[in-house]
Design a protein. Structure first.
Length: 380
């Protein structure tokens, strides 16, 4: 199976474009995959969706500015592949394959930048080679995205994230992603520690690297990764989609799970308990929530609001940010109505946090993590 994307990019611009593709009815067990991104490409993502083939009606039309197109992204339910500039190929171990279901609707998303004064042609090609023998293991993809980054003007900074794993996994290929101000990327397992990283790169767009030997991560362990930045500009830089104005820090890796199948989506996107952005300040759980509440009460502009929320998170101490994330997630999952969890804050705040109904729900559904958050304290 071969998937292609070709489009024309205006001068002095950057853009995200998308296109739907439908997997043949027979399905495809991919044992070898490859990609080639033409000049000016920044990255490419291949998403799986919950759409049926009839929803796209065989459409191969390019969707322009799809980062702002809610309809094309609303049905996304997982990531199948991440690609960076240049060309790369992946061959999976014997008996293992990336499984594409028959009739599955895929969404290809490509981001490109054209700094020239003339329009540019942009292209991407994906190739998938089918298995010739029965498959016993399904290859999955971890995609961890750090959403809290702030690099002050004319300064350096780092950002870190920890992602817990609920079962044994074997990491096969990995790559890190940063934008122009990124200077180094490191990834390690919690047990091995940051002094023994299994992945290092000074390039924010390096092609995926085969991990030799493969990296075995036991259940209950986790992956941590850190990005370092140097900002020479006179403006602050935050996390965001623009390759020129914003920064990123994401980790992507093909893996094999102990059960021979992909893990739940929560594990693949760093949403398991004990996972999240690691702060670098001194705010405890209550301090982080108060900070976010103040942001929403005083800042109306959505972009400035997002930036200030990232600052609140980074101002939390390392232990508190992980604890507060778990508490807020439990509260939003089990006590949203009782606590008045606000959609505006992405579930981080509760309008009726101190009401009896909320406290009762937290006691029955989130007692342990609620207590941990209430008694959290940062080391001085």
């Amino acid at each position: 199976m071969r998937v292609e994307l070709r489009w024309r990019l205006a001068p002095a611009s950057e853009e995200y474009v998308c296109r739907y593709f439908v997997v043949p009815d027979a399905g495809l067990d991919v044992v070898r995959a490859g990609y080639e991104l033409g000049p000016r490409s920044h990255h490419l993502l291949l998403w799986s969706t919950s759409l049926g083939a009839e929803a796209v009606d065989g459409s191969e039309q390019v969707i322009r500015n799809c980062d702002r197109d809610a309809e094309s992204h609303a049905a996304i339910d997982g990531l199948l592949l991440g690609a960076q500039p240049g060309a790369a190929s992946f061959s999976f171990p014997s008996g293992a394959a990336l499984r594409l279901r028959g009739g599955q609707v895929l969404l290809v998303e490509q981001h490109a930048i054209n700094a020239a004064t003339e329009p540019a042609e942009v292209s991407a090609t994906l190739s998938f080679h089918p298995a010739r023998a029965p498959i016993s293991m399904e290859v999955g993809l971890l995609h961890y995205y750090n959403w809290a980054i702030h690099v002050s003007p004319a300064s350096e900074a780092t950002t870190r994230m920890r992602c817990a794993l609920p079962e044994n996994v074997r990491l096969l290929f990995a790559h890190g992603h940063m934008h122009a101000r990124g200077t180094s990327f490191r990834a390690w397992t919690t047990q091995r520690g940051e002094s023994d990283p299994f992945y290092l790169s000074s390039a924010g767009d390096a092609v995926p690297t085969a991990l030799v030997p493969v990296v075995d991560v036991p259940a209950g362990d986790g992956i941590e990764f850190e990005c370092a930045y140097a900002n020479r500009d006179a403006l602050s830089v935050y996390q965001g989609l623009s390759a020129n104005e914003d920064e990123m820090c994401s980790f992507t890796a093909f893996y094999l799970g102990a059960a021979g199948r992909r893990m739940d989506l929560s594990a693949e996107v760093c949403a398991e308990r004990g996972s999240g952005v690691i702060g670098q300040g001194a705010l405890d759980c209550h301090g982080i929530e108060s900070c976010v509440s103040g942001v929403l009460a005083t800042i109306a502009d959505p972009v400035l609001q997002m930036h200030a929320t990232q600052d609140c998170w980074l101002a939390g101490c390392a232990s508190a940010t992980l604890t507060f994330r778990d508490f807020a997630f439990c509260r939003a999952t089990h006590c949203a109505e009782a606590c008045g969890v606000t959609a505006q804050s992405a579930g981080l705040l509760a309008a009726q946090a101190s009401e009896p109904g909320c406290l009762s729900c937290l006691q029955s559904s989130c007692a342990a993590i609620s207590q941990s958050c209430a008694t959290s304290a940062c080391e001085v």
